[in-house]
Design a protein around this ligand. Structure first.
Ligand SMILES: CC(=O)CC(=O)SCCNC(=O)CCNC(=O)[C@H](O)C(C)(C)COP(=O)(O)OP(=O)(O)OC[C@H]1O[C@@H](n2cnc3c(N)ncnc32)[C@H](O)[C@@H]1OP(=O)(O)O
Ligand SMILES: NC(=O)C1=CN([C@@H]2O[C@H](COP(=O)(O)OP(=O)(O)OC[C@H]3O[C@@H](n4cnc5c(N)ncnc54)[C@H](OP(=O)(O)O)[C@@H]3O)[C@@H](O)[C@H]2O)C=CC1
Length: 283
């Protein structure tokens, strides 16, 4: 089966990034979210990024138009019947994702692979709610998607070699570097990254230092491009908390307990950049 049309579920920061990269690498794209305003917001970010690419001389005005012409926007899952490949990038919540996968399983052609961009939820558990667990896989892009070269490709328990190979090839066609990972909580990226971010939050919680000081130490002392708290705000504090909860529950070790300050910020609606406030305040 050749993949020409990719459907992306969720037009948030990850979904819109994945949709942009798919359209830029020649695929037709169906972008779905639950409300028109979220689709409009996602498309606005894509248009802004493409305009920036024109200013940088990376693409022409005509290419921008061609890329945008590849998009179909919808608030319904029904167009999944037209897709050759589907990747879900909705909110990091097992209930949300299993509902989407159950519906997609009914609508999508039987040969179609269903991928999830989940940061940490078990692929095997998502796959188990469908009638095609051998065709369910994790395709985990990094934020910001247009810039970061990595895609973790996560095999669920039942994922076949053919399905894995198709997704590895797709990641390469999308000009990304795939890395194979087995299905364990947090995969590689977030098993390593999130405990560092959580520990950085503990240093603020325990009064060791201010967020600015923690970030400065990691940027100037360890050459990280962003400090861990700046990065947490960028990822989204709700997503960070979900990942820590999955690590804590899935690995059963108290070293993964989410910092109470992280919980408090999420309860307050301080989710980072996307809500204008997290460890820092944004315009
Ligand atoms: C939670 C998970 O499940 C997994 C994850 O994704 S964890 C998060 C992983 N990501 C990271 O760790 C990102 C760490 N940060 C960085 O690498 C860098 O700060 C950064 C790439 C985001 C920005 O780089 P920078 O050099 O500080 O800033 P800047 O010069 O403005 O940007 C570099 C380029 O990236 C582009 N860019 C920056 N942010 C962007 C965004 N959100 N969307 C699209 N492009 C973006 C800029 O336009 C610029 O492109 P040009 O060279 O064409 O001008
Ligand atoms: N943030 C990051 O750095 C990374 C995140 N991820 C993963 O990507 C996924 C998306 O994260 P991110 O883009 O940051 O989150 P966002 O909150 O930016 O976007 C999620 C989008 O999905 C929408 N949505 C919620 N429920 C549904 C549904 N039933 N059907 C369709 N769309 C829905 C949300 O709408 P609404 O606003 O109404 O909720 C929102 O527009 C998560 O699984 C996350 O773990 C992976 C890599 C990095």
């Amino acid at each position: 089966m050749s993949i020409q049309k990719i459907m992306v579920i969720g037009a948030g920061q990850m979904g819109s990034g994945i949709a942009q990269v798919a359209a830029q690498t020649g695929f037709q794209v169906i972008l779905q979210d639950i409300k028109d305003e979220y689709l409009a917001r996602g498309l606005k970010v894509i248009e802004k990024n493409l305009t920036h690419n024109i200013e940088k001389g990376k693409i022409s005005v005509e290419e921008k138009e061609q890329i945008l012409a590849r998009f179909q926007l919808t608030t319904e899952l029904g167009l999944a019947s037209e897709a050759d490949f589907i990747i879900e990038a909705a909110t990091e919540n097992m209930g949300t994702k299993t509902k989407i996968f159950q519906e997609l399983d009914q609508i999508a052609r039987p040969d179609v692979i269903l991928a999830s961009n989940t940061s940490s939820l078990p692929i095997t558990e998502i796959a188990a709610v469908t009638g095609r667990p051998n065709q369910v896989i994790g395709m985990h892009f990094m934020n910001p998607v247009p810039v970061m070269p990595l895609v973790e490709v996560i095999r669920g328990l039942a994922t076949t070699d053919v399905v894995y190979q198709t997704v590895e090839n797709l990641a390469k066609t999308m000009k990304k570097t795939p890395v194979e990972v087995n299905d364990f909580p947090g995969f590689i990226s977030n098993r390593v990254l999130l405990p560092m971010i959580n520990e950085a939050i503990y240093t603020v919680y325990e009064g060791v230092a201010t967020p600015e000081a923690v970030d400065q130490v990691m940027k100037l002392g360890m050459n990280h491009p962003m400090g861990p708290l700046e990065l947490a705000d960028f990822i989204g504090l709700d997503t960070c908390l979900s990942i820590m909860e999955i690590l804590h529950e899935g690995l059963g070790d108290s070293k993964y307990r989410p910092c109470p300050l992280l919980r408090k910020y999420v309860k307050a609606g301080w989710l980072g950049r996307k809500t204008g406030r997290g460890f820092y305040v944004y315009e």
